[in-house]
Design a binder for this molecule. Structure first.
Ligand code: SF4
Length: 208
């Protein structure tokens, strides 16, 4: 019998809560809830906007073409999906992939916050404008639009240490505008740089 760690148990609790959620109307139109998935010890937490068609079908985040690109970008910086945690601001698919409504974000985002509080990542990567604006808002960082913010790493203090926030484009955007892929690759390189940097600058993190 597999024994789950405390962190895994807490993530499973959140997943159970999501899978019975009716806090906004999206549960009525979704096929599957998409709670998010990944390594419970992840140093990097990726946040997308909401499940798309394929994610809704499979109940897993980033499994369509945008997911393939995400895997490719991860591989280029020496990470695998199993090393990171991937979730969305919304856990149910909005019809026809429309933008999330503010009341849906308000209803659903506590699940994401609970996941963040359990995983306590070193790096939060915001994929696209909706997740960036949500996370910036959380830390009172002014948001000037994704094309101006992408690649600009912010440092915030949370969980008694420094956490890095990296905003970048949503991989789906690069599927429509291939010229954005280079920007994404450039931004992803910063994840590797941050993970390497933290090993040498202990003062950044405080010694607990
Ligand atoms: S989108 Fe979030 S808040 Fe709305 S029903 Fe789904 S899980 Fe609940």
């Amino acid at each position: 019998m597999k024994v789950f760690s405390e962190v895994e148990e807490r993530l499973k609790d959140i997943e159970r809560d999501i899978k019975k959620c009716k806090k906004c109307n999206l549960w009525k139109v979704k096929t599957n809830y998409v709670p998010g998935e990944g390594n419970e010890n992840a140093e990097v937490f990726f946040i997308g906007e909401a499940p798309g068609k394929e994610e809704d079908k499979q109940g897993r985040p980033f499994v369509g073409n945008a997911g393939k690109l995400l895997n490719e970008l991860l591989k280029k910086i020496g990470l695998r999906r199993e090393d990171v945690f991937i979730g969305n601001v919304l856990k149910c698919r909005p019809p026809n992939n429309r933008d999330p409504k503010p009341e849906e974000i308000e209803a659903c985002s506590p699940y994401l916050l609970r996941q963040l509080n359990v995983i306590k990542p070193k790096v939060i990567v915001c994929l696209g404008r909706h997740s960036t604006s949500f996370i910036f808002d959380l830390f009172d960082i002014p948001f000037r639009g994704i094309s101006r913010e992408r690649g600009n790493v912010k440092k915030v203090r949370v969980w008694n240490r420094v956490v890095y926030i990296l905003p970048t484009y949503h991989p789906a955007a690069a599927l429509y505008k291939p010229q954005l892929k280079e920007d994404l690759e450039e931004d992803f390189k910063k994840i590797g740089e941050i993970l390497r940097r933290k090993k040498v600058s202990l003062l950044d993190f405080g010694i607990e």
